[in-house]
Design a protein around this ligand. Structure first.
Ligand code: URA
Length: 207
């Protein structure tokens, strides 16, 4: 079943897609959120990084990966020698889903239906940008790209052909590293994440 995005026409550019997505009402997440957080980066980017959904800070800023997870992401890119401004960065779900707790807004996982409906936007980004590589940051992103549930364990660090021109690389979500309880695990996982970013550059040297 095709999701009812309610916006009809496929956009001709990322700018047009962003404008359309600003008014998206295809799932209930738009209402409590501040704004749609669409992807950011050049339309001819060779790589698309896909996260899960905007967090609290992204919801306010209107840009993906500007909060604590974004910092881990930026540091890993820098360590690998990747210039973030050359890549397109987006999320599987484009509104912040949260539960209010006092004055705080606690991140809530997007469900299957929200991921499915929002996939329409991800498909538009993929079509318009036509990247050589898509990097799924975490299982939700991998699920959104592949259209099926996969585990990080089974798919991580492998180059998967999506079609003749685009490959997929699955890695962990930077928030996973932030949530690790002990320093040794954090250090180990930071290294592994940075190794995946190095693989990104190795796969797409023009990045
Ligand atoms: N986590 C995500 O998955 N995406 C963001 O943009 C920020 C945090």
């Amino acid at each position: 079943k095709t999701p009812e995005v309610g916006l009809g026409q496929s956009p001709d550019s990322i700018a047009e897609a962003r404008d359309q997505a600003a008014d998206c009402r295809a799932c209930p997440l738009w209402e409590p959120a501040t704004q749609t957080v669409f992807g950011k980066g050049p339309e001819d980017a060779p790589v698309i990084f896909v996260g899960e959904q905007p967090g609290d800070q992204e919801d306010i800023a209107g840009e993906p990966f500007v909060g604590p997870a974004g910092k881990v992401f930026d540091q890993a890119l820098a360590a690998a020698g990747i210039d973030r401004s050359q890549a397109y960065v987006t999320n599987a779900v484009k509104h912040f889903k949260f539960e209010p707790r006092g004055k705080r807004r606690i991140h809530a996982k997007p469900n299957m239906s929200e991921i499915k409906v929002c996939r329409w936007w991800l498909d538009q980004e993929r079509r318009l940008i036509a990247p050589k590589l898509i990097v799924a940051l975490g299982a939700t992103a991998a699920q959104a790209v592949l259209g099926k549930t996969v585990t990080i364990k089974a798919t991580r660090s492998k180059l998967i052909d999506l079609d003749e021109t685009t490959r997929l690389l699955v890695t962990v979500h930077p928030s996973y590293i932030l949530r690790l309880p002990d320093e040794a695990a954090k250090e180990r996982e930071t290294k592994a994440f940075r190794a995946d970013m190095a693989l990104v550059l190795e796969t797409v040297p023009e990045l």
